[in-house]
Design a protein around this ligand. Structure first.
Ligand code: ADP
Ligand code: MG
Length: 289
């Protein structure tokens, strides 16, 4: 019998490193019968951190929503943790932060209550006392990492749009998912909080959490991303390592930083020049740092 007692306990235990977590084979997604993403082949394996890049309207959100079964699949196949999407029901293993999503002003709940929703899939009726203590700890930590500990008791409707984004990220973190899909999680989040989130994502990566992150902020994710997928015109135009992407950057970057969307209340103060990629780890002029 082989027992490796030194093996770290990670979130990837349930999906061993390298096992397919998300699989698309020749998948097309769209709305009504209009295909937006076409013929996508993609296998994301346990432990990978994939940045999804591409111009606005290219189909990044449609691709991510398609992985989750949130839009119409017009062809091909989706598998989650090896199971066909239609028969996958273990939703607690998936964490999702939708794009531009904030909370309705009519939601009457505190920040902490919203984040606590992330714990629901972990509830175990047979051990309620221990659960409560552990859940409380996870919720508190999730709030801390998004910098909202001091707003735990605030009504979410009193928070700014950017702060509400951070509440939704905290909710996803609190569910301790095996795979975390985030659609522009840091759009509208100020630079200091982006840094905090990058640190959190780096820690999640170390723990083995598989991540798919739609972003225009590659700089903030330097050293975290293990793979880059570029979507252009509804097709996967590039899929490779950051190194490989950097060598092809001249061919692929013109649009990446052009259409960044901001919340109105928390604006990333870093200067951006239209058509000029933000200097960063994938900046063709600087190479990878
Ligand atoms: P990205 O996330 O890369 O900006 P999207 O996936 O949001 O791109 O959009 C890709 C295309 O799909 C766009 O042309 C957009 O207008 C269209 N689209 C997005 N959402 C819907 C929807 N709910 N109904 C119809 N068309 C949509
Ligand atoms: Mg989008």
């Amino acid at each position: 019998m082989f027992v490796n007692s030194t093996a770290p306990t990670t979130a990837a235990d349930a999906a061993p490193a390298g096992a397919p977590v998300l699989e698309l084979s020749h998948a097309s997604f769209g709305y009504a019968d209009q295909a937006v993403v076409q013929g996508a082949d993609l296998t994301v394996r346990a432990g990978e951190v994939v940045a999804v890049l591409g111009p606005n309207g290219s189909g990044k959100s449609t691709l991510v929503r398609g992985l989750l079964g949130l839009n119409d699949r017009l062809g091909g196949e989706v598998r989650l943790f090896g199971t066909p999407r239609e028969s996958f029901h273990d939703h607690g293993r998936l964490g999702y932060v939708p794009q531009r999503h904030t909370l309705s002003a009519s939601v009457r709940a505190t920040v902490e209550e919203i984040v606590a929703v992330g714990r629901l899939s972990h509830q175990r009726w047979w051990w309620p006392v221990r659960r409560a203590a552990h859940d409380q700890e996870v919720i508190a930590r999730a709030l801390e990492v998004v910098g909202l500990s001091d707003r735990a008791d605030a009504d979410v409707s009193t928070l700014s749009g950017g702060q509400q984004r951070r509440v939704l990220i905290a909710r996803a973190l609190a569910s301790e998912p095996d795979v975390l899909l985030m659609d522009e999680p840091t759009a509208g989040v100020d630079a200091a909080n982006q840094q905090v989130l990058s640190t959190v994502l780096a820690r999640l990566r170390e723990r083995g959490t598989t991540m798919v992150i739609v972003t225009h902020e590659l700089t903030a994710l330097a050293g975290i991303v293990s793979r880059i997928v570029l979507v252009q015109g509804g097709r996967i135009a590039f899929d490779g390592t950051p190194d490989e992407f950097a060598t092809r950057t001249g061919q692929f970057t013109p649009d990446h930083h052009d259409h960044h969307e901001h919340d109105h209340d928390e604006v990333d103060p870093r200067p951006r020049v239209r058509g000029t990629p933000t200097s960063g780890p994938l900046d063709p002029r600087g190479g990878i740092r």
